[in-house]
Structures are given as C-alpha cells and as structure tokens.
Design a protein around this ligand. Structure first.
Ligand code: NDP
Length: 246
C-alpha cells in the first residue's frame, strides 16, 4: 500500500519517550522525515537508531522547550532547510503536581504553564507560516481528559490542557479556509512515565501501550484528513463535538 506521508516533513515535540517517541516512528514509517525535539539526547538517539533501522530518516533537535528563542530559531531552521512543514505534533508536556489549588507553589504553576501552554503556543507561532506553505498541513496537539473532568487536585494540569485546546480551536477557526487542519487529541490513560508519575499505584499492564495509542493518532497527520478544530478521543477512536458557542 502507498505510504501516506512520502516526502513530507513532520515536527514532533516530546519525541524522546512515550507517545511522542512511538508516533515519531510511525510517521517515519509512513515516509515522513521526522524532526524530533526533546531534552534527553539518549532518547532521541534511540529513536534515530530505530527510525534508520526501519529505512526512515530523522533530524534530532535537543531543545528545552522553555527556551523560547530556541523555538523561534527552530521555525527559521526548518524554513531554510525544507521551505515548509507538513505535520506538527505538539506532544511535549509535563504533569506539574497533583495538589489542592491552594497548595501549589508559584514556581511549579509557572513552570507547568510554561512547558504545556506557552511553549505550545510558541511552537505554533514559529511554524504556522510553514504549515500554511504545505498543501496539506496537519497539526495535532496532545490534550487530556483532565481538561474536561477537572478532578480534585488535577487543577494545574487540567488548566494547561484546557488552554491548549482553546488555542487549537481558535487556530482552527483562523485557518478554516486554508488546507491546514488542526486538532486536539485525548490519548486516554497510556502506559508512560507521565502516567506512572500521576498514578503510581496503578497496574501499568491495565493500560494501552504508547505504540497502540500512537497508531490511533497517526491518521490525523494524513493529507486525507478533513476534520479541523475538533477533539479526537483515542479510546472512542472518533472525533468528539464541542458544544456550539453560546
Ligand atoms: P512522557 O512523560 O512519557 O513524555 C513527555 C515528553 O515531553 C518527553 O519526550 C519529554 O522529553 C518531553 N518534554 C517534557 N518537558 C520538556 C521540555 N521542557 N522541553 C522539551 N521536551 C520536554 O509523557 P506521555 O508520552 O505520557 O505524554 C505525551 C502527551 O500526552 C503529553 O502532552 C501528556 O500531557 C498527554 N497525555 C498523556 C496521557 C497518559 O496517560 N500518558 C494521558 C493524557 C494526556 P524530555 O524529558 O527528554 O525533554
């Protein structure tokens, strides 16, 4: 069968482990050149080895996404080398802390907002012009059920994910008359380091693997996708509708 992303360029943040790592491998297997961003060089190198062994190609970008000037430079570098971007996967994220709202330290709140919200916005701002230069630009932003369930003690993380979804919905409304399609994804509980940090007592064997979850997300990167401004629920394996604005 023909590969879906032959000759396309995909940027994945948080590619050193978990969902981002597995999705990077799948994008490369579909023919995309993957630009893999994270801080952990060892994880990026493992990814590169796996992608190359499968016949694919990647560019590694060791970058802390709190380095906003670094994010700005990344857009410029992609423009110089490829002249466009076809796929953005804004996946990097941190849990912050599970704690009562009134007990969260200011520095933890700011750091978590910075990584999950400000850096996601900054990446979007850096590559939005490049995605518009693609004939089928696709953006996928990792959200969470926490954005909607707003359980006790999850307020910080929930607020960051709700903010990311709001950015995506507005961006989709701005680009609705272009070929660009931008969507949020709720992966559901997934067997990763972040999930183990959030729920250390949980048996990981009860959770889907990041590879299984990534396989469900992958089609959102394909040129054939039509939906935009929506939330894809991996567990339900379908897009959900946001309520009409009042
Ligand atoms: P992991 O903790 O396994 O991976 C997170 C990734 O983000 C790593 O590659 C990490 O790389 C990167 N990252 C974190 N901080 C930074 C930073 N400052 N700069 C650059 N990269 C950074 O998480 P998951 O794979 O579980 O999660 C992926 C996404 O899915 C997240 O957005 C998460 O909120 C969301 N999600 C996950 C769920 C789950 O159950 N796992 C459920 C719902 C949503 P490095 O540390 O090398 O920099």
């Amino acid at each position: 069968m023909a590969r879906q992303l032959e000759g396309r360029v995909a940027l994945v943040t948080g590619a050193s482990r978990g969902i981002g790592y597995q999705l990077s491998k799948l994008l490369a297997a579909e023919g995309a050149h993957v630009i893999a961003v994270a801080r952990t060089v060892g994880g990026l190198e493992d990814l590169d080895d796996e992608i190359k062994a499968a016949g694919g190609s990647a560019t590694l970008v060791p970058l802390d996404l709190t380095d906003m000037a670094g994010i700005d430079r990344l857009g410029g570098a992609i423009h110089e080398r490829w002249g466009k971007l076809d796929v953005l996967v804004a996946n990097a994220g941190v849990l912050g802390i599970l704690a009562p709202i009134g007990h969260i330290e200011a520095k933890t709140f700011e750091k978590t907002m910075n990584v999950n919200v400000t850096s996601t916005w900054r990446v979007i701002r850096s590559v939005d012009p490049l995605l518009r230069l693609s004939d089928a630009g696709r953006a996928i932003v990792l959200s969470s059920g926490a954005a909607h369930s707003c359980k006790a003690f999850w307020g910080l993380y929930a607020a960051t994910k709700a903010a990311e979804e709001a950015l995506v919905r507005s961006w989709a409304n701005e680009t609705v008359n272009t070929p660009l399609r931008v969507n949020s994804v709720n992966p559901g509980g997934t067997r990763t380091a972040m999930r183990a940090q959030a729920l250390p007592g949980e048996d990981p064997a009860t959770l889907p693997s990041p590879a299984e979850v990534a396989a469900k997300i992958l089609p959102l990167a394909f040129p054939s996708l039509t939906e935009t401004g929506r939330l894809f629920d991996v567990r339900k394996n379908r897009f959900l509708s946001y309520r009409d604005p009042e």
